[in-house]
Write a protein that binds this ligand. Sequence first.
Ligand code: URA
Length: 229
Amino acid sequence: MSTPQSNINDQYLAAMGVTQWVRRDVSKFEPAFKETLVDDVAELDWETLEARVASCTNCDLHKGRTQTVFGTGNKNAHWMIIGEAPGADEDRQGEPFVGRAGQLLNAMLLAIGLKREEVYIANTVKCRPPNNRNPLPAEAQLCESFLKRQIELIQPDIILAVGKVAAQNILHSDETVGAMRGKQLLLPEFNIPVVVTYHPAYLLRSPGEKRKAWQDLKLARNIFNALKN
Ligand code: URA
C-alpha cells in the first residue's frame, strides 16, 4: 500500500493542483507544552501505543476522564475517519462516535458503501474535555503524536476529517469548515488526501447542511476510487 500507492497519490494530487497547508505557528502556545511533546511514540506498536494512551497524563484532560478513547476499527483500513474528542457516551464506553453523532456518522459512511468496521475511527484528542468544550490547541498538540502514530500504522489511503476542530488540528489550519470542505487537501508530512466535512453533531443541529456533507462524501469516494484505478 505505501510506496507504489504514494507515487500514484503524488501524481494524482499534482494533477488536481492540491493545496498545501502551512504549519500553524506553535510558538504562540504555552512554552511548557513544547518541552513535553510526546516524541517517543514514533516506534510504538499498536499494543504499546494503546497502553501509552491509556496511562497518559500529559495534559489536564486526564483528570476528568472515565477512560481514554483510543480508536476503533480496521487497523488495515483504507479509510480513516478523524473526529474531535470523546463526548460523554464515548468516555463511558471507551469507543469513538457511539452516541447520536456516531449513529449519523455510521449512516454517512454507509451512504458511500462503508461499514463502520471497515474503516478506522479516531479522535484528535483521546480524553473527554470537560462539559464537551473544544479541546484547547495545546491539548490537541500534546495528543497529536498518538494520532500521528495511528496514521503511520494504518497508512490509510484517504482521511475524512469531520468538523472544524479535527480538520484544523490535523491540517494545522485556522480556516472554517466552509473554507476547507468541498475540495481535496493533503495531510502535512504524510501526503495523504484529506476531505473535510461537517461534524455529524453539527448536522444533527443543522440538517439543512446535510446536502453539502453528501457532496463531500461523494468527493471522498471519487478521490478514493481514482486512487485505486
Ligand atoms: N464527537 C467526536 O468528535 N468524536 C467522538 O468520538 C464523539 C463525538
